[in-house]
Design a binder for this molecule. Structure first.
Ligand code: SF4
Ligand code: SF4
Length: 283
């Protein structure tokens, strides 16, 4: 039996926006704690709240019994919580809870506004020239870069004292408020990339996104298309910040961050629904 949760949740877009702002503010507050004296007595460094820090420090911990510097057991708790969300709802962490993901959505929106798109009409191609959608021949191979980054970091974590991504991490560059020349460079690349290509970091470089991608195939909460209602109008493709092609037939795609913007955009009731995966509705 198919369990349909909601058919046309217009409030999802607003709820997501509120949650994204809370994620940005929350991460910024962590950064503020980081620059105030006595951070260790307030639950650890900025780095210790990072889910990916848990991945970076896992192999060294298993092989030597020691955590990498600037990480602690809190990283594992944050990692387990992130994996728990992903087990239930795929890459929803990236689409709803990640401060960096939220910032990229905001930057894309602000860029379009600055370039003349005053009122965005859902499902209609933006007139603003940025952010771009890279041609598939460039975009597709670039998407594999994040898996390469993940493998390199896992390998490097066995030979470094600190988490390997730490010195280049855009989350630290944006939120930690303790800058180094390398973090300024990471910040510049992140900002320029996000202006040029929507969700640049998520699409091409994020090793946490690469880790969570597998969960879209197995998570029980998923989006499903009803081909009896969908007329392949393509409005959902236009609105997908991850640039997934043919959204109605690719809803379990590893790149989907479960933002639900396709669902919010679709004008044909019943075409897209959020469902609980069960034996009957697995396609
Ligand atoms: S799911 Fe909705 S928006 Fe997407 S192609 Fe079908 S009818 Fe159009
Ligand atoms: S397919 Fe839909 S839910 Fe997935 S990233 Fe694109 S717009 Fe968001």
């Amino acid at each position: 039996m198919t369990t349909v949760i909601r058919e046309k949740p217009f409030s999802l877009a607003k709820s997501r926006r509120v949650i994204q702002w809370l994620a940005v503010i929350g991460t910024f507050v962590l950064g503020l704690r980081h620059i105030m004296p006595g951070e260790a007595s307030r639950g650890g460094s900025f780095d210790s709240f990072c889910a990916f820090g848990g991945i970076e420090t896992l192999l060294p911990y298993l092989s030597t019994g020691h955590l990498l510097k600037s990480t602690n057991l809190l990283n594992f708790s944050v990692l387990i919580a992130t994996l728990g969300v992903s087990l239930v709802a795929g890459r929803a962490f990236c689409g709803w809870l990640c401060g960096l993901g939220a910032l990229q959505d905001f930057i894309a929106e602000w860029t379009r506004k600055l370039l003349g798109e005053r009122h965005h009409i859902r499902g209609k191609q933006s007139k603003a020239i940025l952010p771009l959608r890279l041609p598939a021949a460039v975009d597709r191979p670039l998407r594999y870069a994040k898996y390469f980054v993940l493998v390199i970091i896992l390998f490097a974590s066995l030979y470094t004292a600190f988490p390997p991504l730490r010195e280049f991490c855009p989350v630290r560059a944006v939120f930690s408020l303790k800058m180094t020349p390398l973090l300024w460079l990471a910040l510049g690349i992140f900002l320029a990339g996000s202006i040029l290509v929507e969700r640049f970091w998520c699409k091409y470089l994020c090793p946490l996104g690469a880790t969570l991608a597998i969960f879209n195939k197995i998570s029980p909460v998923r989006l499903v298309t009803d081909t009896n209602h969908c007329n392949n109008c393509g409005r959902c493709d236009i609105e997908c910040s991850m640039g997934i092609a043919d959204v109605p037939i690719n809803l379990d795609h590893p790149e989907c961050v479960r933002c639900m913007e396709c669902l919010n955009t679709c004008a044909r009731d019943g075409s897209l629904t959020i469902q609980i995966r069960n034996k009957e509705n697995v396609t």
